[in-house]
Structures are given as C-alpha cells and as structure tokens.
Design a protein around this ligand. Structure first.
Ligand code: AMP
Ligand code: ZN
Length: 481
C-alpha cells in the first residue's frame, strides 16, 4: 500500500476529492464501454487507457479492484436522439449482416486493441443484451412514479428527480437542444427507457415487455449492470466527457428514481477529455477515423500510442499528430534501450518482492506516488521515471523501481526489447530477414575494405525505404525511412 492519499477529480462536485472506498480495502469501478457497431478509433481507446491507469493505480495502492466495462450491443441511437436509429440495427441493415455477427466482430476488434495497448482485463465484460430481463425489472421499478408511455415507448420524466442534469457542464438547455423532439414528450430532456418496435416492423433485436415488443433505451443498461455487478453506491464511474452531458445525467436520474434517493449511484464520476485531430474531435459515426491497426500498419508500436496518451493529463484535450506519435515512440525506444542494457549487465529478473520495502528505499517512488495520487498526473510521473536512470542508483534498484512504476503505467518497460519496437510497416518492400541479410553483406564488404560495395548496399536499402544508421547512440543499426 503506497502512502500518499489518492485524490481524484469528481465531475459531480467539480473538485478534487480524497478517495474513500465504499467497502474497506476495495475499489469498485464501472467504465462505459464501446458501442460495437464499428471499429473503435484511437480516441475511444484513450478512454480505456485512462480507465486502465485508474484501475492500476487503485490496485497499486492496495485496493482489491473490481472493474466492469460494458459492451453496448443494443440501444445506442444515432446522435443521442430518441428519434434516431439504433446504431447496431443501422450497421446490420447497411452491411446486410446479422446484428449478432456485427457485435461479435467489433467486440473482438475492440478486445484486440485492449490487448495491444496493455489494458488489463476487467473483472467483468458485461454485455448489454445479457441483461435485458434485469433492465425490464429496473424499468418496472421506476415506471409508475417516474415514467410515462407514448406510442413510441416508455419515457423518463426528468422533472420527477431532484436537480436533473447537475453533472452536465453545458446548461441543460443547451443539452436539450441536442435532443431531437419526440412528439408528446413532457420535457425536451426526457429520454427513452423502452423503445417500442413500431407497428408492422420487426427489429433484429427485440424483446417482450410490459410496454410491448421493443428494445431498452441506451442509458438503462449502465444503471442496471452497474448495480448488478457492483451494487449501489459503487466507488467510481468513468467515461469520456461527452457522457458527462447526456448519458451520465440520465443514468444518474434513473439511479435516483430506482433508489428513491438523491444519490447518483457512484461516489465519484470521472471523465477523460477528447483525443482531437486538427480538424476537430475524432468521431466514429463520421465513418473516417484512425484505428490502432493503422498506426501499427505504419510501423508504430501500439504502446507508443499508450505513451502518447500518458504524456497528457487525462482531463486535457490531446491533439493527435504523427509527429507526436513519432516522438512518443522515440522516448519509448530510448527507455527500452537503456533498460535492456541495464538488464544485460545485471542479470536482473523481474520478480515479485516486497515492494513496500522498496518504496522505503527509493525516494523516487514517493515522488512518483505523489504525482499519480494527484488526480493521476501521468505526465509528471513520466518525468520522474525519466530521471531514474540519471540518478546513479545501482542497477538493481533502478530496475526494481522501474518495474514498480511500470505496474501503474503499463508500458511493458521491462519485457519489451528493441526488436519488438521495430514494426515493419505493411507496405514496406523488405522483410526483416532481407534487411538483416543486406546488413551482413555490407559488414563483410566493409571488413574487406570494399567501400564502393558497402555504399551500393546502403543505397539499395535506402531505395527500399530502409535507412542504415551507423554509430546510432541508441544502438539501432537501421530504421525505416
Ligand atoms: P462509444 O463507443 O462511442 O460509446 O465510445 C466509447 C468511449 O470512448 C466513451 O467513453 C466515449 O466517451 C469515449 N470517446 C469517444 N470519442 C472520444 C475521443 N475522441 N477521445 C476520447 N474519448 C472518446
Ligand atoms: Zn454507460
């Protein structure tokens, strides 16, 4: 257990609060998961890198963590409007595929990104469609006092709970402006709890309910799965800042109704800011976006993207650029090079040992703890880690401290090798073996003082996009140009 109290920014109170677990020694966290109608973009993945650092920090501090991430495979409508279409139904119709196949395909794609970014597996991946009976029961528990029925579905009347929308930063009026009007709604911000299948239509996903055949509203799933898996109140609820405006205020309203209290359901609500492109917010619905696989195809190791995320505070906007990603990759390479050298010298083996004892020995650990405990200040924590190898501790201590810090950062610093970081771009013309073969031939030519031949091999490689790096301080003998 580290010593500095953990302080986190609560979007609900708009201030830093010291983390006090609901259940002694435990931390229960719910993160809104992806809507699996398309591939996740790297902006979405920023939300899960943030949730992962939060989870790792809680574990590092000695709390027994139960983390839930849901998979939204039903109910999320286009443009948050209750009159819009279900994103999965729409994707299935466009691709002429079954909704279940679409959900499976994109869930697996998301899980592949989770793995590549070294995001730890949560205790539960909760799938929304597995919880429909519980959603119906939840809706029944609040229907009489808080809901009203229209032809299109069952709606939540936001005026029936205290202080609706207190979480939202935008004034509710502005938020309301984004909600498409549904004929007969009492308040513009009222939202669907149950969406009836229109007469004469059949949806691929529909269930019987007291309000007729239909499907649950999107906000319902997170209230239901949060309560089912973590119990109310749980400790922390996370999501991207877009959720602070509509999805989370609606979840809170449902939770207040269901618990017959003013309690929001979670003690702390945390929101990561957006990853943006120069042209604006990265968006999945626009159809054009950057996927992690594209970064890999271009030769960037996925953990360079994780590092890029950690270099910004989670509450700051982060602008994506290839230059920024390149700089993060270089920083990662520099560390891996140094630590690989240390490891070679010391025969160090990453091992479980008494980390508390270690924490006492190394001041750096305390500074690192201060930074992380200050609302997960990863940029500062990285600078402290950067200083480790300059301080001149013995190698064992340095590697020990590093392994300790990396359990929060999750950069695989002690497992990765320089070779792992060198990813061949998809469109490159040479395989690694071909490059190595050419370099061996060039070495032989130089040994034989045949410099003309050595230069010719270098030019040959350059023409195929490989730059030979004689005397590189980090020990790389080639890189892709
Ligand atoms: P979705 O799949 O659209 O439901 O989004 C999954 C998660 O990604 C949610 O927590 C969103 O708030 C978050 N998110 C969406 N776009 C971005 C972005 N550009 N940058 C960071 N987080 C995002
Ligand atoms: Zn949610």
């Amino acid at each position: 257990m580290t010593t500095t109290p953990l302080r986190l920014f609560n979007s609900l109170t708009r201030q830093l609060e010291t983390f006090q677990p609901v259940h002694a020694g435990e931390a229960r966290v719910y993160s809104c998961g992806p809507t699996v109608y398309n591939y996740p973009h790297i902006g979405n993945m920023r939300a899960y890198v943030f949730a992962d650092v939060l989870g790792r920090t809680l574990s590092w501090k000695g709390y027994a963590l139960t983390h839930v991430i849901n998979i939204t495979d039903v109910g999320h409508l286009t443009d948050d409007a209750d009159a819009g279409e279900d994103k999965l139904e729409k994707a299935a119709a466009e691709k002429a595929q079954s909704i279940w196949d679409i959900a499976k395909h994109y869930t697996e794609a998301y899980w592949a990104d989770v793995k590549a970014l070294n995001i730890r597996q949560p205790a539960h991946w909760s799938i929304a469609t597995d919880y429909v009976p519980q959603m119906i029961a939840f809706a029944e528990s609040i229907a009489a006092k808080h809901c009203y029925e229209l032809d299109s579905g069952l709606y939540f009347d936001v005026s029936t709970v205290a202080d609706y929308g207190r979480l939202a930063r935008a004034k509710t009026d502005e938020g309301e402006g984004r909600i498409e009007a549904v004929e007969g709604k009492r308040n513009a911000a009222d939202f669907a709890i149950w969406r009836k299948t229109p007469p004469g239509e059949t949806r691929q996903m529909e269930w019987d309910s007291p309000w007729g055949k239909g499907a649950p509203g999107w906000h319902l799933e997170c209230s239901v799965m949060g309560e089912a898996l973590l119990g109310f109140p749980f400790d922390i609820h996370t999501g991207g800042i877009d959720h602070r405006e509509i999805h989370h205020p609606n979840e809170i309203a449902q939770n207040q109704a269901h618990t017959c209290s003013d309690r929001s359901g979670a003690n702390i609500w945390m929101h990561n800011n957006f990853l943006v492109e120069r042209s604006g917010k990265m968006s999945k619905s626009s159809g054009e976006f950057l996927r992690l696989q594209l970064l890999i195809d271009k030769g960037y190791h996925p953990l360079a993207y994780r590092l890029m995320c950690l270099q910004a505070h989670y509450r700051s906007e982060l602008e994506f650029s290839w230059e920024g990603l390149g700089a993060a990759l270089t920083r990662l390479k520099r560390w891996i090079y140094l630590f690989e050298n240390f490891r070679e010298k010391s025969q160090y083996k990453c091992q479980e040992h008494d980390r508390t004892e270690l924490a006492r020995r190394v001041n750096q650990i305390n500074e690192f703890d201060d930074a992380i405990s200050d609302d997960l200040n990863t940029p500062k924590a990285l600078v402290i880690m950067d200083a480790l190898y300059r301080i001149g501790y013995n190698i064992e201590d340095t590697l020990d401290s590093l392994s300790y810090m990396d359990s929060v950062l999750g950069l695989h610093l002690l497992d990765l090798s320089r070779t792992d970081l060198r990813i061949r771009p998809k469109d490159s013309q040479l395989t690694e073996a071909e490059v190595e073969d050419a370099l061996n031939r060039r070495r032989d030519a130089r040994a034989a003082k045949d410099f003309a031949r050595s230069d010719a091999i270098r030019d040959e490689l350059a023409a195929k996009g490989v730059e030979v790096m004689d005397g590189d301080p980090l020990g790389w003998d080639w890189k892709l140009g």
